[in-house]
Ligand binder design. Structure first.
Ligand code: NAD
Ligand code: 6OD
Length: 504
């Protein structure tokens, strides 16, 4: 159980918790940056200071990369895949053993409801290690016999080799889940990593260092450097010549900057980036299921999910009914303290992000939107008044070209528009440069296949949302991503294939 007293300062209402010191994790040791440079991390719920984080400079990034390189050349690099897999199972089990610590850290950094983090972030964070341990244990290889002029022949077999030191740059919305989604396959494949968590969510990455030590993962295999992007740990890491590959999740603009950094040294990148995902609701849908799914896709995690829906297209005969039903459900969302079991929506991650989301709330009104519900700042009780709260918001009435409808907001807000024909809505859904995810709601099987095949997105859900098996390929089309991760697809990025040809 979550220790609410430790989390909140004792009373069950969200008071300031003790301020933590968060350090870098390099070669199995927690280390402060030389010169003692630190930055503050505040609670999204209350605005109170919760942590002082050691900001890695070039020296710490150098040390982390050096430790990762040395670990590659040590026992980790020579370990059989099955043995590495066993170690990753131990990591997963240890996370589960320390479930409450991870839960507390994640909730403190993000302000998300305990009910969400305990069902999604932490269990899935642990599961990533098991899934990729299984994947690597079961990987098959190619084998070809060939003829030779002397008639003796030759055989070829392909082996997968780790790519080396992997730089892992992470976002703040699902911190442990999205970090382990990259760290687990990287380690399963025999690489070593230097992780740069988001400056907004440093805690669970730091805690994972302790888990690695506890289960005996060799020192230097997993390293963490804290800091920001440009001019800080993120840039130092992505520009570091000792990093062989970079995997990134975050905004499209940041991904483009990282791709440029990776061009020096011609290093591979895997980019999971932004989206402006459509939901398409046909009049023949199961109406209640469509409302349930769209509610989740618009508002879960306070709308801060890359796969979330910020554009809903509803077939005209059910448009008014759909808008009314979604409004009624959105108005029942309960904003509140994370540990309150009744809470169904938390705050945004930070005041800075809140300013961005609120600028779209203003822009939508200026563009002429009808504000169906929300559009402002909720009145929160005293202890939470300085948190990053916004109202869940629904708009209608904007043209498809309005910035509110074309730009990623990453908040608890969506625009609903009517459509009249299948062909028309496919074109409208595909009109943007993003292509991460889409949902289609229909009971017509042929239509479901037709529409799914034509939507330009890395994942299309039919009559569901965020139903994801970790073995399936994940990534974005167009400006939402480069490459696919998940199951065996992760092997393509985290290993290099080598062919061995033996003349008989
Ligand atoms: P962000 O791009 O601002 O930051 C992501 C990470 O990159 C952070 O750790 C940040 O410090 C670092 N960074 C920033 N500039 C950098 C630079 N120049 N060099 C190196 N590192 C740099 O993203 P965010 O605000 O943390 O996350 C929200 C965004 O992430 C949204 O756009 C969302 O759609 C996207 N996202 C995508 C996926 C996906 O799987 N496609 C998943 C989650 C979030
Ligand atoms: O859980 C997953 O498999 C996954 N890739 C989630 C991505 C969420 C983006 O915010």
């Amino acid at each position: 159980m979550l220790d609410v007293a430790r989390q909140t300062g004792g009373s069950g209402s969200p008071q300031s918790p003790a301020v933590k010191d968060i350090l870098n994790f390099i070669a199995g040791e927690y280390v402060a940056a030389k010169g003692g440079k630190r930055f503050d991390k505040s609670s999204p719920v209350t605005g109170a200071l919760i942590a002082r984080v050691s900001e890695a400079g070039q020296a710490e990034v150098d040390a982390a990369v050096k430790a990762a390189r040395a670990a590659l050349e040590g026992p980790w690099g020579r370990m059989a895949p099955a043995e590495r897999g066993d170690m990753l199972y131990a990591v997963a089990n240890e996370i589960n053993k320390r479930f409450d610590d991870f839960l507390q850290a994640e909730v403190a950094d993000t302000g998300k409801p305990v009910s969400l983090a305990s069902h999604l972030d932490i269990p899935r964070g642990a599961a990533n290690f098991k899934v990729f341990a299984d994947t690597i244990k079961n990987v098959a290889t190619e084998f070809f016999e060939m003829g030779t002029p002397d008639g003796a022949g030759a055989i070829n077999y392909a082996v997968r080799r780790p790519i080396g030191v992997v730089g892992v740059i992470c976002p703040w919305n699902l911190p442990l889940l999205l970090m382990t989604w990259k760290v687990a396959p990287a380690l399963a494949c025999g690489n070593t990593v230097v992780v740069k968590p988001s400056e907004e969510s440093p805690q669970t990455a730091a805690l994972l260092g302790d888990v690695m030590n506890a289960v005996g993962v060799p020192k230097g295999v997993y390293n963490v450097v804290h800091g920001f992007g440009p001019g800080s740990a993120g840039e130092f890491l992505t520009r570091h010549p000792g990093v062989n590959a970079i995997t990134f999740t975050g905004e499209t603009r940041t991904g483009a900057a990282i791709m440029k950094a990776a061009a020096d040294g011609a290093r591979p990148v895997s980019l999971e980036m932004g989206g402006k995902n459509p939901a398409i609701v046909f009049a023949d849908c199961d109406f209640e299921a469509a409302i349930d799914g769209t509610m989740r896709s618009c508002f879960v995690n306070c709308g801060q999910v890359c796969l979330g829906t910020e554009r809903v297209y509803v077939e005209r005969p059910i448009f008014e009914k759909f808008v009314a039903a979604l409004k009624a459900r959105a108005e029942k969302l309960k904003l509140g303290a994370p540990e309150d079991a009744a809470t169904t929506m938390g705050p945004l991650i930070s005041q800075e992000h809140r300013d961005k989301v609120l600028s779209y709330y203003k822009k939508a009104r200026e563009e002429g939107a009808t504000v169906v519900t929300g559009g402002g700042v909720p009145k929160m009780p005293d202890g939470m008044a300085k948190g990053a709260w916004v109202e869940p918001t629904i708009w209608t009435g904007l043209p498809d070209t309005a910035p509110t409808v074309t730009e990623e907001i990453f908040g608890p807000c969506t625009h609903i528009a009517p459509f009249d024909a299948e062909e028309e809505v496919i074109k409208r859904a595909n009109a943007l440069d993003y292509g991460l995810a889409a949902s289609v709601w229909t009971t017509n099987l042929a239509r479901a296949h037709r529409v799914a095949s034509r939507i330009e997105a890395g994942i299309v859900w039919v009559n569901s949302w965020f139903l994801r098996d970790l073995r399936t390929p994940f990534g974005g089309m167009k400006q939402s991503g480069i490459g696919r991760e998940g199951g065996v697809h992760s092997l393509e990025f985290y290993t290099e294939l080598k062919n061995v040809c033996i003349k008989l």
